[in-house]
Design a protein around this ligand. Structure first.
Ligand SMILES: [Zn+2]
Ligand SMILES: [Zn+2]
Length: 350
């Protein structure tokens, strides 16, 4: 075991504070990564505050959150072939999976039917707790490490590892591209990546946001159209319009209203996670043979494909870099949607 430094919640509802903890000694296939940047995801806050207890078997404290990890390889185990010391690498939401189930074999490790080992607040195959990216370094099997774009700033690429892939995967799966009308609901950390990626894929992109406040931003990010959902006219004007709607909103909104905006055979994909169940009426689906679906991040292969796509199209995140000492303040600002569009912690401040 070796010592690592980080910021952790010592128990639910406690502010994050410095912590020294143990990481495993690197094994043959492990990569030791010096963490340079880590994005702040809304799910870090949910887990650090134990707000998902209905959905998670356990909540492990002390908890070092962070699953948008960007850094540089510091050392490699004897059998590592994919990475060398000095490579720019990333780690996303998970660090291992069973590797043998049907889902893992298809490259869908995030849906592993045995156990996806999440980057933090989980247990590895030895039963040891995993600790995330709000720390100085991390030890990860090379098969769960990603290559970061060489041509883009590392800090602005960190949030691609959760926010980016969360949007990329459903956009690809439901074939966003030229001739397709795609709506992104909510323009936050997830939504702003949805706009950039759908635009880069060649789709016609509409943003549906509460007010017109972010209209200029949306256009700059690549949106073709913008509508305020607080205006009831929006829902009559846009009825039967979209092939695909990606709903990034984590608050309770009336999904039926949005389903009615889908044209025939259209799909609405949920990527935001409201805490309470939302009722869906059958008529909203049967009327135009519509589908309601969900999607959760992406597998390792697809995440690498997304990073390569971003490198090729010059897509990265709009970020506000903070020192780690401001992480608790940043959490409060995330809850107020007071960030455009993702906080990234500069780990040199640790
Ligand atoms: Zn996340
Ligand atoms: Zn599996």
């Amino acid at each position: 075991m070796s010592k690592s430094k980080g910021y952790a919640a010592s128990k639910a509802q406690e502010p994050l504070a410095p912590l020294t903890f143990e990481r495993r000694e690197p094994r043959e296939h492990d990569v030791v990564i010096d963490i340079k940047y880590c994005g702040i995801c809304h799910s870090d806050i949910h887990q650090a505050r134990n707000e998902w207890s209905d959905y998670q078997e356990e909540c492990i404290f002390p908890m070092v959150p962070g699953h948008e990890i960007a850094g540089v390889v510091k050392a490699v185990g004897g059998k590592v072939t994919k990475y060398k010391v000095g490579n720019k690498v990333g780690v996303g939401c998970f660090v291992d999976s069973c590797r043998t189930c049907a889902e893992c074999k298809r490259g869908l490790e995030q849906y592993c039917s045995v156990a996806t080992v999440w980057t933090y607040n989980a247990r590895d195959k030895e039963g040891q707790p995993t600790y995330g990216g709000y720390s100085d370094r991390i030890v990860v099997d090379e098969n769960y490490v990603l290559r970061m774009p060489e041509n883009l700033p590392l800090d602005a690429c960190a949030p691609l590892l959760c926010a980016g892939i969360t949007l990329y995967s459903p956009l690809r799966h439901w074939q966003a591209g030229p001739g397709k009308k795609v709506a992104i609901v909510g323009l936050g950390g997830l939504g702003h990546m949805g706009v950039k990626l759908a635009h880069a894929m060649g789709a016609e992109v509409t943003v549906l946001s509460q007010s017109l406040k972010k209209q200029a931003d949306a256009k700059r990010l690549g949106a073709d159209h913008f509508h305020a959902t607080q205006d009831p006219e929006t829902f009559t004007k846009l009825k039967n319009s979209f092939d695909l709607i990606i709903n990034t909103v984590a608050a309770k909104i009336d999904w039926n209203q949005y389903l009615n905006l889908l044209k025939i055979d259209g799909t609405m994909v949920l990527v935001g996670l409201p805490e309470k169940d939302v009722p869906v009426g059958a008529f909203a689906l049967t009327a135009q043979r519509r589908s309601l679906a969900g999607s959760q991040i992406g597998g390792i292969g697809e995440t690498q494909e997304m990073l390569d796509f971003c490198a090729k199209h010059g897509v990265s995140c709009d970020i506000e870099v903070i020192p780690i000492q401001k992480v608790n303040e940043a959490y409060e600002r995330v809850l107020k949607s007071d960030v455009r569009y993702r906080f990234v912690i500069d780990m040199s401040t640790l």
